[in-house]
Design a protein around this ligand. Sequence first.
Ligand SMILES: [Zn+2]
Length: 357
Amino acid sequence: MAAVEAVDPTPSPTLEDTPVNFPDMTPTPNLMAAVTPIPVSGNGSDLLRFVFPTPAPKPISAWRPPLYEAPWAPTRFDHFFFTRPISADEINWPLPNYRYGAPWPDLPDVIHTGIDIEAPEGAPIYAAAPGKVIWTGYGLQGLQENQNDPYGMAVLIQHDFGYEGRRLQTVYAHMSEISVIYGQWVDTSTQLGLVGNTGFTTGPHLHFEVRLSENGWYTTRNPELWLAPPEGWGVMVGQIMGNDALPIPLHPITVVSLEADQKWNMLTYGGSPSIKADRYYYENFVLSDLPAGKYLVEIPYGDKLIEKEIEIFPGRVSYFSMQGDRKFDINPSPKIPASFWESVLSNGTGDVETNTP
Ligand SMILES: [Zn+2]
């Protein structure tokens, strides 16, 4: 699989505490009245070509199931509110080796704040849910009209719904063409534009972010906890800590299917103010799009290899917590005080940060 990761945008220290130049979020009545949502069919096919997240295993199936209809929330802790921004007849799942929280290979302090979807140049990009376009064009990182902005040409949507009293936004970056305008209301699957190679990239792809914030600025969350899974498939979520009960950044974790010849080599989230854990799970590891079934999780710790079996259920999150070689809980109650995790895994509730597309 060709590498299509975004190139390190090297966040400028001067941007760290500076709000993004957001446009005015007040709707413009004339503009709104002039805009008619464009109906676009987003799902041309029920079945997808199956591509494995790591190149090592051989495919056992040429197909993927269709997605659960968003919003998908089988429990009150779930929030799979978004459909995929790339249609079902293209690859529409995260590039496996550069997920949310992953470091840029040569710069471990530069952490990815979204997922990359390896779609070809010119593939249509669709809105992941209804909302209003509150940014189009260059400059999303903070420099309006700046063609060197790492996001390139981007669209930002503020959704018609939020979560736990916070605004929900999605970002679509590196586009070659934008087909919506500022202030336009878009429905799920309204076409926003085309996949491109603008901004800091090494090849055409879509960079997609989910932002959850109180004040309209942004804090990101892992999109793999927000995108509806394929039917019959589930999501693995983990909290990987040391014996001191602190999360371990960039710690290796291997997930092996016990039913198919598949293996995923992952890292826990890197430490960065831009990376935020879910307020229920306080995770530092997510692996979505797993067919239901049994998996073996292998995590080195000291001179030991912690090995545990995790079962994935259709449409559900399977959650585990590891505390070094002392404790491994596959049915934990994630009641660790939020303030503790936020201080460790992120910079707390501050809503203004520099992102890494
Ligand atoms: Zn990216």
